[in-house]
Design a protein. Sequence first.
Length: 272
Amino acid sequence: MINLLYGGNEYIFKGMVISFLSLVKHTRCPIHVYFLTMDLSDQNPSYIPPTKEEISYLEDILKRGNIESYITVIDLSKKFREQMLDGVNNGHAYATPYTMLRLFIDEIEGLPDKLLYLDSDTIINNDIEPFYNIDISDYDIACCKDANNWGSPSRWRFAHYFNAGVLLINLKRLKENGRIAEARRLVHDKKMFYVDQQALNIAIKDKLFLDEKYNEKKKYYPEVIVQHFCSVRKKWGWRYIKPWEVSEVKKKMSAYNDILDEYEERMKGLGL
């Protein structure tokens, strides 16, 4: 059983469909997805969890890969309101509050000792089971360096600044050393541009750095395990292309055409 961690609001449903379609194309073992969400609609009308129907739709995709796969939805509304709603980074323009939910994993009962966290703007390009099985017993996380490390002054202090969109997590170790709790405190107290990613870079000490293919943010090649469509700093500005911008992705990465074609058909069927 592979234990995956995602998080977000209803907005990321389209991204999750693509990520799940790519996941089951390549991975056949059972998958347990833990999905972190919350309702903050009183703060922003778009801050609502996915509907039960949307979760069921996603679970049906998962079961196409293995009938034993399933999704557990975890509502962190109460914890976020109690510990983070009054924080200095709430309302930050760069990221929604949902990016901060993974900083509560040490307080969620029943989570497994090991998790693979994926952002919703990821496409899986190979079997993810060998990635999940990497031994990280002596590390807090396994991760990849961020693209174009020179892009922000906040990164210059770190010789090994990692991207937090794909993380293999040793939750047992992070509970014992308190480093997730420290990242949560930093997000609450310290104004930061990259918010949770920067806090994790400060708090987490023992990192296993992996080849870029495990979180490839700039180009496609057959060995890529996870293609991550995050923003990448270029000298002429920022590039924002997301998997659900189908025509743009197809221009650059035709290898994903089959997944994106099925995604488009599904969205038509849903009237989206």
